[in-house]
Design a protein around this ligand. Structure first.
Ligand SMILES: [Zn+2]
Ligand SMILES: [Zn+2]
Length: 333
């Protein structure tokens, strides 16, 4: 079978692979979402990345060989976070920040191929969700985990900064939990996406604090979720949290974050990072999808085949109006 390999930034090639044998459930890849991490890897801007690498970590699959728990033909979302289960973080249940964490498609080869063998615990089956939606589960889990880290309650004032797919996932989940939601983005097309979730889709303008206070009747939000990974936006987000509030960093930028310590104390802020998600987060997102509480199918704006990836992926990177590009793997051979 053929697999698509990223040899170096911008350099793609096909490799011939043996069909996988050994441990794990044999699955056929169905859909693979393209995310910011992939675009960064293709541009050579991903700090945790080594080449050559087979991309693909937002994955849906179909089970080819039934197991005791999974019938042949079942569609599943895939948890691509391979943790060690033995380190201090794993033993505490924080498998998302395992010291030895290996993510499919990033630290080890991912889903740009026809067949894979995956551990049964990484498969989340659904009888009702289509493979396109199942491939959105991983980015939704990233948003769900960030909202969980923010510990928001119903009617809390929440601002999500950045309306790319992860910011949208955060906003979708926060809204489902009953948050008093506003979103912000400098890009008009991304604010338009945010408008599907709240009428308060804000442009930061000259003075973001004035804009945000206007949206929250003079208050600042008690929770700000930062989903841009942009240095200026990260520092700006810090200024937009109410006293006693919480700032969650789900976007990642490579650099130092600095703040004035007396100001941090005066406002008694809580600052949290959010990384990936856990098995429980996958289960929670699966039930939110299956019971119809969230519907992210409109995230998918572009569909291409695996053969088209080398030629077309560059034009999707940062493209206006593109929320999520999905690679249809059904023709992969
Ligand atoms: Zn991703
Ligand atoms: Zn571990």
């Amino acid at each position: 079978m053929r697999a698509l390999l990223l040899h170096a930034p911008g350099k793609w090639g096909w490799e011939e692979l043996q069909e996988p044998d050994g441990d794990g459930v044999l699955v056929r890849v169905q859909q693979v979402g393209i995310c910011g991490t992939d675009y960064q890897a293709i541009r050579g801007r991903q700090p945790f990345f080594t080449y050559p690498r087979r991309l693909g970590h937002e994955i849906s699959v179909q089970v080819l060989e039934s197991t005791s728990d999974l019938a042949q033909g079942t569609y599943c979302a895939v948890n691509p976070y391979m943790f060690c289960a033995n380190c201090q973080a794993c033993k505490r249940g924080d498998t998302n920040c395992c010291y030895e964490l290996r993510v499919l498609g990033i630290h080890q080869d991912g889903a740009f191929t026809r067949l894979m063998r995956l551990p049964a615990f990484s498969l989340h089956p659904s009888a009702s969700l289509p493979p396109t939606v199942l491939a959105l589960v991983e980015p939704l889990v990233v948003g769900y985990h960030a909202v969980k880290r923010a510990r928001i309650s119903a009617r809390d004032q929440v601002l999500v900064v950045g309306q790319g797919p992860i910011g949208l996932a955060c906003a979708l989940v926060a809204k489902a939990l009953g948050a008093d939601l506003a979103v912000m983005d400098i890009r008009e097309d991304r604010r338009r996406s945010g408008l599907r979730l709240t009428e308060r889709a804000l442009a930061p303008g000259e003075n973001p604090e004035i804009v945000v206070r206007e949206a929250f009747d003079g208050d600042l939000p008690v929770t700000v979720i930062e989903a841009t990974g942009n240095r200026a936006a990260v520092h700006q987000s810090y200024q937009l949290v109410a006293s006693g509030g919480t700032l969650v960093f789900v976007g990642l930028y490579v650099g130092n974050f600095e703040f004035d310590d007396p100001d941090f104390h005066r406002r008694e802020l809580t600052l949290r990072a959010s990384r990936n998600g856990t098995h429980d987060d996958f289960c929670a997102v699966m039930s939110l999808l299956e019971n119809g509480t969230i519907d992210p199918s409109w995230f998918i704006t572009d569909q291409i085949s695996l053969n088209e990836v080398p030629d077309r992926i560059g034009s999707l990177d940062g493209a206006r109006g593109c929320i999520k590009a999905m690679v249809d793997m059904s023709a992969a051979c």
